[in-house]
Write a protein of this length. Structure first.
Length: 571
């Protein structure tokens, strides 16, 4: 943006009370020092949001501002414009209106690309101002449709009898959509990943069998088969993934682990790759982590009011261990990050040791475990204690050495968060005892255990009520008089949920507070069922099953989902 334009829009923002003069000077100084655009410097300052700035620019230039693009994009117009031009200049032609092309722009002061687009399309333009996120959404949707699905790519490959890998050097971190028209195997892998991201998949499974090759996505915790490419494509697909992950394509006998970093329509996606040899070839599992996704707050996790109040109180403790338990993929890390996010402040020194680091958090020192150089949880924790921490997160307690170090850290004035793989909250206590930790150390260091599972939530678009029969209620232990209006809820399936009836997930929780009565049982070295029975009767602990039942009754999930992720409570 030219200096004159900056001065003009700056004066306009002050006159219309979007900014004070001091705030404007702060933004201009940051713009000069960091080489940012005026908008980026303004957003970074926190004095004005992107939407407020764009609305003000629209008023100043007399150009309409639209926070969302609710008009269907015209493929005929979009196909005339290169994707690289759209992305580089942050604009997108949408459709033809009254003999001119409606164009959404992010920076209306950048007139050069608008003039180029006018020549390219050969028609006058009608400009609107939109947030960058909306422009990227329309771009992503159109080019996703243009490139079809992975199934369509396979059909095209079969028609051209093209199934051989074009082995070329690993590309730089380019947008997958930019690579869509390159070699067929490359395109197939790219579209498979982009389709998984679009469908909110957490994992991609590529599984070879004797006569078929199966591709499955894990969506909301459940695996769905999405593709069955020809068996002959298997070696080429695996080799392509190895090239992307910088793995050894010649090694097919040993397991390999790698990482891929890609950009997909402006979003940074981190992919953890695991390859293991099986009887019928190498099996690939890719875990997708969207680095651009936001961290959930404690209130968004699904904690009941009672559990939320009690858990927030735990965060005020100056020392002790708070354990999260549950199987892999039950949301333990998300809960830990939500807790750290709430505790994060200038007054606290927070250090974590994780394997892997799933989300980078500002203001928190995060250490990646590296067993090859002997940087284990235990050794890392030993070094962390010399860094004067207030709060420590240990990704997982896997052995007695890590458990002992975590306990010593909690007893010397540190609040420690960690995870264990146990079925319920009371099982975490007995697991530590079985690892060889002395009962008096467990009872004096562990202050609470939060067990959790993830259940799929009913799609709000196709949610409908039904009257359950007696067998359904008996299976989960619900009395009919507990139902609201005598009904439960389920999803019938729609386009929004791709016919599954579910969209998204929420947590169900079991919070065990290690109070005096529980401490006495731990010192007596009793079994987990005895601890659970005491917690339910005296501490009024809500079990995982009961928390799930409450969510099913409220219409958040279904009784089948609760039964799927919980076992019957034995007390």
């Amino acid at each position: 943006m030219a200096t004159t334009a900056v001065k003009a829009i700056g004066s306009f923002l002050i006159q219309n009370k979007y900014l004070s003069r001091e705030q404007l000077e702060e933004i201009l100084q940051a713009q000069s020092e960091k080489g940012l655009s005026f908008l980026d410097a303004a957003k970074e300052s926190g004095h004005i949001s992107e939407a407020q700035y764009l609305r003000a620019v629209g008023e100043f230039l007399d150009i309409p501002f639209r926070p969302t693009i609710d008009i269907q994009a015209n493929p005929g117009i979009l196909s005339k414009v290169p994707l690289s031009f759209i992305k580089e200049n942050r604009l997108v032609p949408i459709c033809e209106e009254d003999g001119s092309c409606l164009v959404a722009v992010h920076d209306p002061f950048n007139l050069g690309p608008v003039d180029d687009l006018k020549l390219l399309l050969g028609m006058p333009l009608s400009v609107i101002i939109c947030p960058l996120e909306e422009i990227e959404r329309v771009t992503s949707h159109y080019f996703d449709v243009q490139n079809h699905s992975a199934a369509q790519v396979i059909m095209d490959m079969e028609e051209t009898e093209m199934g051989v890998l074009s082995a070329e050097p690993s590309e730089e971190r380019r947008d997958l959509l930019d690579l869509a028209n390159e070699a067929p195997i490359i395109k197939l892998v790219n579209v498979t990943i982009s389709q998984a991201v679009k469908e909110r998949a957490s994992d991609i499974h590529i599984e070879p069998y004797e006569k078929e090759l199966r591709v499955r996505y894990r969506i909301d915790g459940v695996l769905y088969q999405v593709l069955t490419p020809p068996r002959s494509y298997h070696a080429s697909i695996v080799s392509r993934i190895k090239i992307m992950a910088n793995l050894n394509i010649a090694e097919r006998r040993l397991p390999q682990d790698g990482r891929i970093k890609i950009m997909l329509t402006g979003r940074e996606i981190d992919i953890r790759v695991s390859i293991v040899p099986t009887a019928f070839g190498e099996r690939v599992v890719m875990r997708l982590l969207d680095k651009g996704s936001f961290l959930l707050s404690l209130e968004e996790l699904g904690l009941s009011t009672e559990n939320l109040v009690q858990f927030v109180r735990l965060l005020d403790y100056s020392h002790g261990i708070v354990l999260m338990t549950g199987p892999t993929g039950s949301g333990k890390t998300t809960t830990q990050y939500a807790a750290l996010n709430r505790l994060n402040s200038m007054e606290k020194n927070i250090i974590t040791i994780e394997d892997p680091i799933e989300y980078m958090m500002d203001g928190i020192a995060q250490i990646q475990v590296k067993p090859k150089i002997n940087l284990t949880f235990a050794n890392g924790l030993r070094s962390i204690l010399r860094q004067d921490p207030d709060i420590i997160l240990v990704g997982e307690i896997r052995d007695v050495e890590t458990a002992e170090m975590a306990i010593q850290a909690s007893l010397t004035g540190h609040l420690v968060f960690s995870t264990l793989h146990t079925n319920d909250a009371s099982g975490a206590v007995t697991r530590l005892l079985n690892m060889g930790i002395e009962p008096f150390l467990v009872s004096s260091s562990v202050v609470a255990v939060l067990a959790q599972r993830l259940v799929r939530t009913i799609c709000p678009n196709c949610k409908s009520s039904f009257v359950p029969d007696d067998l359904e209620l008996r299976n989960i232990g619900i009395e009919r008089d507990r139902l609201q209006g005598g009904v439960l809820w389920r999803g019938t399936g729609c386009a929004n949920c791709v016919g599954r009836g579910f969209r998204g997930r929420t947590g169900i929780f079991e919070l065990l507070l290690v109070r005096d009565n529980i401490q006495g049982l731990v010192l007596s070295n009793v079994d987990s069922n005895t601890i659970k029975r005491e917690a339910i009767t005296k501490n009024e602990m809500i079990t995982l099953r009961e928390d799930g039942v409450k969510k099913a009754i409220s219409g958040a999930t279904t009784i089948e989902e609760v039964l799927r992720v919980t076992r019957e409570d034995i007390v």
